[in-house]
Ligand binder design. Structure first.
Ligand code: C2E
Ligand code: CA
Ligand code: CA
Length: 538
């Protein structure tokens, strides 16, 4: 009797203790799995409770998952004699769902790109290493495709990051849907994507590539407006090119650089280190950053005359930048402007050219040629800067140039961007008093509708249209058409790249007002320009 009371007291005491801990507790008889005791909490964990009662688990610690509700529990089993002396199993059950989820999340973060939901660089490296190992073992081949967006900077910096983010997400979705690419797409940097082509899929690599091309041939719908954004793709093949994972990624990157160099929207295979412009680009990049930071006057502005077809007078000139690099020698804009745009350095160089050309224009207006106009090229990137108009205004004010004598040349690549925004910026520039010229007419996406909406003063016809003007009737008809068009919309026409007298004669007879080209003079430094074109009679 006394024993029994004692047993009850102890049981009660233990009950109180077990009730106050934050774990489910259930005590089962070691013999017949009868419930000897359970606390309130375990009753809430009904699934795990049932499982414990019905299980014959030998493990002393194990995890249990309630799949229906995605709950995780840790179960501990302690074998002790219960208060009644019976051998028993005391199970404590703790809800570990939170820490499980945290772990899962950490694992996801470690492997995934938060913006697009694709795998990230880290995961790419792991997967690639595995695939290379497999390829080496099985004697097969695999590859990676390294993609870098050609126009991302335009959209991201021009329209704002929210557009850029939407674009990256749309592209990620598109890549994910490419046949044979699902589960092997990675975003490894800002606008850099990788698709891993494992041995099993290597035979399909050309299909994958053409699917990528098809994907980027369509415009992207970004917040209601359509934007084209092409991609340059580099391919490296393992184990042929290397069996080192880091090398393979680097080589695919080099091949991508090559693809970009040969024009947009291209694909290049890695061809061995000697065949790549990478080293050169790398040198140019470093030297360009250095020059911009400390040696901006390595950049010099040359001027090329624009001549009135009827009077043969030089009425204006175009400012064309060159880079006289101490380390790399003299370079034309074709060699560094695209790279500067790519690296986001074009604004610095562009601002320098703007300032120089405005100063020079003012000087010539003051000293020798009051009405001479200077044309200045503006990169699309420069124009899409947030403060583009303000920036041009302040440079004009600082240099004291008469805005009437400045013509800003913009290109048709504009057309890929948000039209409304472009129109606003161009209208703002025009309000400053500057003229607006549409450069490289005929080479881009231009539609007549688009030209109609821009407040243009001048249309510059690209050299390619007049190379064969003397014998090509189609080219002549085209120029005639543009001359008519320009009369209708009230702009002037400048034809570029005129090298021969016969070309000049034909163009003049077709009614072209102005001509720019080697026939009248190459781009030269300001001193020479002044001597050759402004002080001829002196
Ligand atoms: P662009 O604006 O179309 O400039 C005309 C280009 O045609 C110049 O090349 C000029 O030297 C060349 N050219 C003119 N007449 C003839 C000719 O009769 N025959 C031949 N074969 N070529 C002729 P350049 O100076 O090499 O400039 C190339 C491009 O670089 C320019 O094309 C322009 O898009 C860009 N660029 C030059 N300076 C600047 C700048 O300050 N800012 C920006 N954003 N771009 C610039
Ligand atoms: Ca130009
Ligand atoms: Ca041009």
């Amino acid at each position: 009797m006394e024993d029994n009371m004692m047993e009850n007291n102890v049981q009660e005491l233990i009950g109180q203790i077990l009730e106050s801990i934050e774990a489910g507790v259930i005590v089962l008889s070691g013999e017949d799995r009868r419930v000897l005791y359970e606390n309130e909490i375990i009753k809430e964990f009904d699934k795990v409770r049932e499982a414990i009662i019905n299980s014959c688990e030998d493990e002393l610690i194990y995890e249990f998952c309630d799949e229906e509700f995605e709950l995780w529990y840790e179960v501990r089993d302690i074998k002790v004699p219960w208060v009644n002396g019976e051998q028993s199993d005391v199970y404590t059950v703790v809800d570990i769902t939170n820490s499980k989820l945290q772990k899962k999340r950490a694992q996801y973060q470690e492997n995934s790109d938060f913006l697009t939901g694709l795998y990230n660089r880290n995961r790419c490296e792991k997967d690639l290493q595995n695939e290379i190992d497999k390829a080496v073992e099985s004697g097969q081949k695999g590859a990676i495709l390294f993609m870098d967006l050609d126009d991302f900077k335009h959209i991201n910096e021009g329209l704002g990051h929210q557009y850029g983010d939407v674009l990256l997400q749309a592209i990620a979705e598109g890549l994910r849907n490419i046949r044979n690419a699902d589960g092997r797409c990675y975003r490894i940097g800002g606008d850099e994507f990788v698709i891993l082509v494992p041995c099993e899929k290597y035979g399909d690599i050309e299909d994958i590539i053409s699917d990528i091309k098809a994907l980027f041939n369509e415009p992207w719908d970004l917040m209601g407006a359509q934007h084209f954004c092409s991609v340059s793709t580099g391919v490296a093949v393992y184990p042929d090119n290397s069996i080192d994972m880091h090398d393979i990624i680097k080589m695919a990157g080099l091949a991508m650089y090559d693809a970009r160099q040969s024009g947009k929207n291209q694909v290049s295979y890695y061809k061995g280190s000697s065949n790549h412009n990478f080293k050169k680009n790398y040198d140019i990049e470093n030297n360009m950053r250095h020059a911009i930071a400390t040696e901006i006057d390595e950049f010099v502005v040359f001027y090329q005359p624009v001549v009135d077809t009827f009077t043969k007078e030089c009425t204006s000139c175009e400012a064309l930048v060159r880079w006289n690099s101490k380390a790399l020698g003299f370079m034309g804009p074709g060699e560094f402007i695209p790279l500067a745009e790519y690296l986001g350095l074009i604004t610095e160089i562009g601002d320098f050219v703007l300032e120089e050309a405005c100063k020079q224009c003012r000087k010539w207006n003051d000293e020798v040629a009051p009405n001479l106009c200077v044309h200045i090229n503006l990169s699309v990137l420069q124009l899409l800067q947030k403060n583009a108009v303000e920036n041009v205004r302040s440079i004009m004010e600082r240099t004291g140039v008469n805005p009437k004598n400045i013509v800003l040349e913009i290109t048709e690549s504009f057309a890929i961007n948000d039209m409304e925004r472009v129109l606003n910026i161009v209208a703002g520039l025009k309000e400053l008093g500057a003229g607006i010229a549409l450069d490289d007419f005929g080479t881009g996406y231009s539609s007549l509708n688009y030209i109609k909406q821009l407040p243009l003063n001048i249309i510059k016809v690209d050299k390619t249209f007049i190379d064969d003007i003397v014998e090509d009737e189609y080219a002549q008809a085209f120029i005639k058409l543009i001359v008519e068009l320009s009369k209708t919309i009230g702009t002037k026409i400048v034809v570029e790249g005129v090298e021969w007298q016969q070309q000049y004669d034909v163009l003049k007879s077709l009614g072209v007002n102005y001509i720019q080209g080697f026939l009248f003079g190459k781009p030269v430094n300001p001193g020479e320009f002044e001597r050759m074109h402004l002080r001829k009679g002196d």
